[in-house]
Design a protein around this ligand. Structure first.
Ligand SMILES: [Zn+2]
Length: 56
């Protein structure tokens, strides 16, 4: 089941089935968009599982 992370700063949403990839995406976004450094644990604490195929 993929995990989804929503940026608390701007609402940007990242979704991935690969935990490491998701963390990398979030870190990249935070750095690019907000010049923020995000620890992997912070990403893990903030993401939520989403149903596969449940499009919004
Ligand atoms: Zn953002």
């Amino acid at each position: 089941m993929p995990n989804q992370f929503e940026c608390s700063e701007c609402g940007f949403m990242v979704r991935s089935e690969n935990d490491d990839e998701l963390i990398e995406f979030v870190q990249q976004h935070a750095d690019d968009a907000h010049q923020m450094q995000v620890a992997p644990d912070d990403v893990r604490a903030g993401w939520e599982s989403v149903e596969m195929g449940a499009s919004n």
